[in-house]
Design a protein around this ligand. Structure first.
Ligand code: ADP
Length: 319
């Protein structure tokens, strides 16, 4: 059984903004899945939906099975127990996620105390050990967030995410706000810690090359759907879906800062979810679209063993 099994997940903001439109994804224990796509494709909505952290305006459908238990229907008490201890999230830009007026050590200790995994007396030792794991001197526990660099704050976020020994960590653009050198250090740190502790990782990024370098499998999202999913190498080097091909061509180098915001060579922007084009949502930007693409939205179907694609022509357009 998968550790995480997302089935036909839909999220609609308000009445007319379908941010996720039937997402199916599975993640085995200890596996690393990368989720890529341009800004606005629904990646953060997916991350937040997994732990029901979405705003009240969001309506959810489908299932999010964590160890076989549906996160979307569990009671509040159970949900509180699952957050941090079952699965935890590392966000982009730790400055906003950390509380500016509390010492970082106290913030790392908080989930431990809430989940009764430490007492006030033992929490200090555990916090020191966690800081060491993420490469920070234990004395930094007394620092306030503004006294740390961006990279150090992201290390603190990772320590918090690890604190309750979750089986799944969701990392949403964990390195995007950092410069390229620090980005690489933080990625290696996350990679090492999840491998050592057998934690499953869902890492979200707009940058397919960063994910290809770190993850076992990759999923590419477009307009609220997964349009390609498969082994990392195959998706990065031999993508089936024209959007996935455009994304991998847009990021030739790991962490290329120039291609941080707009994939090169791909005209236009992803559609507004409130005004999706008919048929395949990518067809207005697709270099190989044919007439049928404007009326038919292909399902995500197996294109090769373990490799799924949602294109009418998963093997390339016929001549
Ligand atoms: P990504 O993480 O890929 O950039 P998001 O999940 O943030 O994408 O956004 C997906 C879509 O949902 C976007 O069109 C965005 O404008 C919309 N959206 C995100 N959050 C909200 C919200 N709280 N209310 C309404 N629409 C939202």
């Amino acid at each position: 059984m998968s550790l995480l099994d997302v089935r036909d997940l839909t999220v609609t903001y308000g009445t007319d903004t379908p941010a996720l439109r039937g997402v199916d994804l599975a993640l085995a224990a200890g596996e690393k899945l990368g989720v890529a796509g341009e800004s606005g494709c629904g990646k953060s909505t997916l991350a937040l939906a997994l732990l029901r952290l979405l705003p009240a305006s969001a309506r959810l459908g489908g299932r999010v099975l964590l160890d076989g238990e549906d996160v979307l229907t569990m009671g509040w008490g159970r949900l509180r127990a699952v957050r941090w201890a079952g699965a935890s999230i590392v966000f982009q830009g730790a400055m906003h996620a950390l509380n500016a007026v509390h010492r970082v050590g106290d913030q790392i200790a908080e989930p431990l105390l809430v989940h009764r995994l430490a007492t006030a007396a033992t929490a200090r030792e555990r916090v020191a050990a966690l800081l060491e794991q993420v490469g920070l001197p234990p004395a930094r526990a007394r620092a306030y967030p503004h006294e740390l660099s961006g990279g150090q704050r992201q290390r603190v976020m990772i320590a918090m995410a690890l604190a309750c020994e979750p089986r799944l960590i969701v990392a949403d653009e964990p390195t995007t706000a950092l410069d390229v050198m620090i980005q690489a250090q933080i990625l290696r740190l996350i990679e090492r810690l999840v491998a050592e502790q057998g934690i499953a990782l869902m890492m979200i990024s707009h940058d397919l090359s960063v994910l290809a370098d770190t993850c076992d499998r990759l999923a590419v999202m477009y307009a609220g759907r997964v349009v390609e999913e498969g082994p990392a190498r195959a998706v990065y080097a031999a993508a089936r879906h024209p959007y996935a091909r455009a994304l991998s061509a847009a990021f030739p180098r790991v962490g290329d800062p120039a291609s941080r915001f707009a994939p090169r060579g791909l005209p236009g922007d992803p559609p507004d979810p409130a005004a999706l084009p008919p048929g395949c949502a990518f067809h207005p930007r697709c270099p190989v679209a044919v007439e049928a693409c404007a009326s038919h939205e292909p399902p995500l179907a197996e294109a090769a063993p373990g490799h799924r694609s949602a294109c009418l022509f998963p093997a390339g357009r016929p001549a």
